[in-house]
Design a protein around this ligand. Structure first.
Ligand code: GLN
Length: 477
């Protein structure tokens, strides 16, 4: 497994080329087939791209990510390649254009190696909801890697790409990062363009990177962040130099510990691992303060009302007429809609569409959707208040470590509860990062989450990088 630093060292020492590095990653993909992390692999295309970047390196004109090999969650468009969204509905659907994030990665001379497996339409927390089969956790294939960006997390963990892009609507980058022991960043809403991302819940969806360390995640963010005229919700906020924020110095930083995130339901080993890291910050000059986010108990309910409402509307376009799957042997239009949707969507997607349609329906709109919007505001205000006295917050990423396949898939409520610490950042539109901070008694990774103010990715990256530098090499402790 390589970080981008090691790639750069080998490239400049002349002991590797982008082509040989790409070959290495293709080898790891082959070796890791049983993990089912990839839906498609662009071997020829990636090697061709690598040769072009090698020429640019020789000519001194290569971009900032030259030789970095990236895999992309299969909900983001790469021109002329399939974008399945983990669904039978889009099994054979080919993208007509590059998403802005892909265009920017290519412009920086990153090499795109393939697409990652995922929960269907990014709905799920275990990557068991994929039409292409479940993704396995490298540490223990009986377990799940989290979701919905499980394939993107495993690709990085198993050395199939240097970094990857996932999406986070309610935790889908941070939760799989925690389960697989890698770094995963959900940027501020609007920091990264969503153009070319197939929508799940448009007011929540964010694209962000996975990497083996904070530096690589910062590098990818640097390349993909910034306003895009193709996405009206992308922000006109200047992009700072993220690498410069990795100072390894946390003196004077005020860090809040939200009391509600350490309450009942949190595994003891996770609490203990976090406490050790919080002590480390205190010992190095950070000021630790307990804070309260009083509306925390409403986050799961609010998220699952609002996100399903948006999903039911966004997924209306998949009706057999224009995009993807159309049922066979249909007699009329209504039958085409019904059969195509019944056959094309999996059970979790149907559940979300029904829930979302219900909360938006006349008679229930006020009780659910409108009320959900009001509570979303209260949750946002909780964070605004907390950020008056602290610079960032530290919480667990998940209440437990990776669970067994099948353990929660029959009980949607239990599955939804695994998002308890992550959905709030999407409701509030703030950035969050999950970093590995140790392992439990089964050797399974534990994730620590750092939440920041809107557009203050520099602070959470700084804390993340600091904590990483204090881990013991190899053990993650
Ligand atoms: N697990 C959450 C859900 O199922 C979050 C998904 C996501 O962030 N895409 O909705």
């Amino acid at each position: 497994m390589r970080t981008y630093d090691s790639i750069q060292t080998d490239l400049s020492a002349g002991v590797a080329t982008c082509e040989s590095i790409t070959q290495e990653y293709l080898g790891a993909i082959e070796k890791g087939r049983h993990l089912n992390a990839m839906i498609s692999v662009f071997a020829e295309r990636a090697l061709e791209q690598a040769r072009t970047v090698d020429q640019k390196l020789a000519a001194g004109s290569a971009g900032p990510l030259a030789g970095m090999v990236v895999s992309i969650k299969d909900v983001i468009c790469v021109k002329d390649e399939k974008v399945t969204c983990g669904s039978k509905m889009l099994e054979d659907f080919v993208s007509l254009y590059d998403a802005t994030v892909v265009e920017r990665l290519k412009a920086a001379d990153a090499i795109i190696i393939g697409k990652n497996n995922m929960d269907e339409f990014a709905m799920g927390s275990s990557t068991e909801n994929s039409a292409f089969g479940r993704v396995k956790l490298p540490h223990d294939p009986e377990r799940v890697p989290g979701g919905s960006s499980g394939g993107s997390a495993v690709a990085v963990r198993a050395g199939m790409s240097t970094t990857s892009l996932g999406t986070d609507t309610g935790g889908s980058i941070r939760q799989p990062a925690a389960f697989t022991g890698v770094v995963g960043l959900k940027p501020t809403y609007g920091r990264v363009s969503r153009y070319g991302l197939v929508a799940f819940a448009s007011s929540f969806d964010c694209i962000g990177p996975f990497g083996l360390n904070t530096k690589d995640v910062a590098r990818v963010l640097q390349a993909i962040a910034g306003h895009d005229p193709q996405d009206s919700t992308s922000a006109h906020v200047p992009v700072p130099d993220y690498l410069q924020s990795l100072t390894k110095d946390v003196r004077g930083l005020r860090i809040g510990i939200p009391r509600e995130y350490f309450a009942e339901g949190l595994a003891d080993e996770i609490r203990e691992a976090l406490e050790k890291h919080i002590d480390r910050l205190r010992d190095n000059g950070a000021v630790i303060e307990e804070v309260s986010l009083p509306h925390t108990e409403y986050t799961i309910a609010t998220y699952y009302i609002l996100a399903t409402a948006e999903a039911s509307s966004n997924l209306a376009r998949f009706d057999g007429a224009r995009y993807g799957y159309r049922a066979k042997g249909i007699q009329d239009l209504s039958e085409m809609y019904t059969k195509s949707r019944s056959e094309g969507f999996g059970p979790e997607v149907k559940r979300r569409i029904m829930l979302g349609t219900y909360v938006l329906s006349a008679g229930y709109y006020d009780a659910y959707y409108r009320k959900g919007q009001k509570v979303r505001r209260l949750i946002q205000e909780d964070f605004l208040k907390a950020f008056r006295s602290v610079d960032c917050l530290i919480t667990p990423t998940t209440p437990s470590t990776a669970f067994k396949a099948g353990e929660k898939s029959g009980d949607p409520l239990q599955m939804y509860l695994s998002d308890i610490y992550t959905t709030s950042a999407n409701l509030a539109g703030i950035p969050g990062i999950s970093i590995p901070c140790g392992t439990d008694h089964d050797g399974l990774p534990i994730g620590l989450q750092i939440l920041g103010k809107q557009f203050d990715e520099p602070t959470i990256l700084r804390v993340s990088d600091f904590l990483e530098s204090t881990f013991e090499e190899g053990s993650g402790n």
